[in-house]
Write a protein that binds this ligand. Structure first.
Ligand SMILES: NC(=O)C1=CN([C@@H]2O[C@H](COP(=O)(O)OP(=O)(O)OC[C@H]3O[C@@H](n4cnc5c(N)ncnc54)[C@H](OP(=O)(O)O)[C@@H]3O)[C@@H](O)[C@H]2O)C=CC1
Ligand SMILES: O=C(O)[C@@H]1CCC=N1
Length: 283
């Protein structure tokens, strides 16, 4: 992507411009992306809408001051990204169904809510794509899973892929795998930040200041990730190169292995998957 050859996208409405939508919008505001017709956003509160209103190319609406905010945002939008909380999706779809123009591609980022639910509440003339992005979209490093709906065309899917490629990598998967993908990459940044928090706490307990601990831990996560990315080597091999025979790391890794981190991640991701199924059922 370069300023000389921008990615062109049609007018996009983000309904529910919270953490996730803002992460994608940050990517769309890069110089290499042109959104013909502009970006429209809706929030509940005027306060949140005001934060977005100052961004170039963004028209921000708030439902608390404009009951027709969601209708105004979708008028003329070729892509409509639904980014409210999962429990709010059905009411929002009922609200906007009659305002969507035929041929609109509705892209859901809502965890758990199925294509079937979307398609049952929207006109047949509208295509539905499900997706699961993650917040590193803010820095152009998202991993997004994208799944076709039953009435979406290959061109509709390609449009959604283009949207998410502006903020990182995209994996196209069948909808049956999207909730599982969410437990890994959708929630994944939270797992990474949690590990960083815990290792930082361990450093502080060893007598370092929080600032020193942050340099050590954040620098190490970043350095290790960049080493992995730039070498393309297997993480197990990179770990082996740190772990000197009979050295100190070997003792630490033995403790981590005894705690069976894999089983902990199995249980954590299974819990996330179970919650996605509850969300699909409207809980
Ligand atoms: N956070 C993440 O990492 C990820 C989230 N998701 C999905 O993204 C969706 C949003 O999550 P997240 O961004 O974290 O949540 P947020 O609470 O940050 O965002 C929800 C937004 O919806 C707005 N809103 C509420 N009611 C309405 C309405 N009737 N019309 C328009 N906007 C409304 C809220 O406005 P206000 O703030 O003014 O009340 C808020 O900005 C969820 O469905 C989630 O599953 C998917 C992938 C990752
Ligand atoms: O926690 C959630 O429900 C959303 C979906 C994946 C990341 N955040």
């Amino acid at each position: 992507m370069s300023a000389a050859d921008p990615v062109r996208l049609p007018a996009i409405a983000f309904l529910g411009a919270g953490s996730m939508a803002r992460a994608i919008i940050a990517g769309l505001l890069q110089p290499g992306v042109a959104v013909d017709g502009g970006i429209r956003t809706t929030n509940r509160t005027a306060e949140k809408a005001a934060e977005l209103a100052g961004l170039d190319g963004v028209t921000a609406y708030a439902t608390e001051t404009d009951v027709a905010a969601n209708h105004a945002a979708v008028a003329g939008a070729a892509l409509v990204v639904v980014a409210v909380k999962p429990a709010m999706v059905p009411d929002l779809l009922r609200e906007i169904a009659d305002s969507l123009e035929p041929g609109t591609v509705v892209v859901s980022v809502a965890a758990g809510v199925t294509v079937e639910t979307f398609e049952s509440l929207l006109p047949d003339s509208v295509a539905v794509i499900r997706s699961m992005p993650n917040t590193p979209a803010v820095v152009g490093r998202a991993v997004t899973g994208v799944s076709a709906g039953t009435r979406s065309s290959p061109a509709d899917l390609a449009l959604a892929v283009s949207l998410f490629e502006t903020v990182g990598q995209v994996l196209v998967v069948p909808e049956s795998q999207l909730d599982a993908l969410s437990t890994i990459s959708g929630s994944g940044p939270a797992y990474v930040f949690y590990l960083i928090e815990q290792l930082t706490a361990a450093a502080v307990d060893k007598g370092f200041t929080p600032e020193q601990a942050a340099v050590m831990v954040q620098g190490t996560f970043r350095g290790a990730s960049e080493l992995l990315a730039s070498t393309g080597d297997d993480p197990a091999e990179l770990r082996r190169r740190v772990t000197s025979p009979k050295g100190t790391t070997e003792r630490a890794i033995a403790v981590l292995e005894a705690s069976d981190l894999k089983q902990t991640f199995d249980r954590a991701t299974d819990a996330a998957l179970a919650r996605a199924r509850e969300l699909a059922a409207g809980a």
